[in-house]
Ligand binder design. Structure first.
Ligand code: ATP
Ligand code: MN
Ligand code: MN
Length: 342
């Protein structure tokens, strides 16, 4: 399912912003995002269309013309000391859009697309380089955001969660399926004839350094391991890390067609590392340990935990990922988005 970037939402509350007459801070009933709105347009209980950060608005729609000088891109911004993550426009300003319940997805109708950073495009290496489609039997790596979980407070009150640090590099998938070994970037699979270049060489270097092909083949199971490659030149190297590394965050059982639980992933990595090999041992993303039920109460508490450093370097952390056997979600540190203007 692709991301719902534009949805109908109801304003839950409005708070004044010290020193500002024309704008207010709006919060919503069904999501944890907050954003700045024009005071004249914001009314508690009224409906808006809410555009999440990363939205690329439709340049052909005059309603968005005020965003032209910002290239129609919705980013995290700080206005008068308030973090604003999105854009809210009263629903009644959109002609021909019917009212609907909170969460109604208008992304397609309003021709909203997701902004993809140029680095991410470069990493996939262009069209000419012998890419194949991402295997249909593997889930692509992706995490829902805490802001859009409706039952977040219940989850925090009742469930154990393993918290890991979210690394900001590039996603890599290595798999063994029906005797075949494969290497994939976030969205594509590398073909046999892929020419290695500076934009993709790290996928192959990591496979060699951790001896992944041999390990997966020796294990002989139909599995995928997915992780983040970080290091110089990758995605701006915001960790400022000097050497490349591959940090596993997910395992998939390709026969069951399921993501592994954190426990099953621990077991898989242990077994892979027990295999006699020339490679260095596989490692997982840094962990902040387990949250027991009730330790944190709210989205705000999670936001606090999202702050800090990467663990692997002293740079400001992108955020965290929380998981247990049933669910998985990310909490992005807004300060990080502001710092890097993303
Ligand atoms: P969105 O879907 O919200 O637009 P996005 O598609 O750019 O965002 P990210 O914000 O990068 O995705 O979040 C998901 C990605 O986070 C995964 O695909 C994975 O590559 C990466 N990631 C980094 N560290 C971790 C971790 N500790 N656990 C899980 N995923 C992680
Ligand atoms: Mn995503
Ligand atoms: Mn990322």
């Amino acid at each position: 399912m692709s991301r719902a970037l534009a949805t109908i939402q109801t304003i839950k509350s409005i708070s004044p912003i010290p020193g500002a007459d024309l704008i207010v801070l709006a919060e919503f009933q069904s999501i944890y995002w907050q954003c700045v709105m024009k005071k004249s347009e914001a009314q508690t209980g009224s409906k808006v269309v809410y555009f999440e950060i990363d939205s690329l608005l439709d340049a052909g729609n005059p309603i968005f013309s005020f965003m032209a000088d910002r290239k129609y891109r919705i980013k995290t911004i700080k206005l008068r000391g308030q973090i604003s993550q999105g854009l809210a426009i009263p629903l009644n300003q959109f002609e021909g859009i019917k009212d609907g319940e909170d969460g109604t997805d208008l992304t397609e109708v309003l021709k909203i697309t997701k902004y993809v950073p140029p680095e991410e495009l470069a990493c996939e290496g262009g069209s000419s380089n012998s890419f194949k489609e991402f295997p249909s039997f593997i889930y692509k790596t992706d995490e829902p955001r805490a802001q859009t979980l409706t039952n977040l407070e219940t989850i925090l009150a009742t469930q154990d969660l393993k918290v890991t640090i979210k690394l900001d590099g590039t996603s890599a998938t290595y798999y063994h399926f029906q005797e075949e070994f494969g290497i994939c970037s976030r969205k594509l699979k590398f073909g046999e004839n892929t020419i290695q270049n500076k934009n993709n060489v790290h996928f192959f270097e990591m496979a060699a350094r951790y001896d992944i092909e041999n390990r997966l083949k020796t294990l002989g199971r139909n599995v995928a391991i997915q992780g983040e490659i970080i290091g110089p030149r990758i995605n701006g190297n915001r960790l400022k890390i000097a050497t490349y590394g591959f940090y596993v965050f997910t395992g998939q059982d390709l026969l069951k067609g399921k993501r592994m639980t954190p426990g099953e992933l621990d077991e898989l990595i242990k077994e892979l590392n027990e295999i006699k090999s020339d490679g260095i041992p596989l490692v997982q993303v840094p962990s902040l340990g387990k949250l027991t039920p009730g330790t944190l109460k709210s989205y705000g508490d999670l936001l606090e935990l999202s702050k800090g450093d990467f663990g692997l370097s002293k740079e400001l952390r992108e955020g965290i990922v929380c998981r247990n056997d049933n669910l998985s979600f990310k909490v992005i540190n807004p300060e990080y988005l502001l710092k890097h203007k993303i």
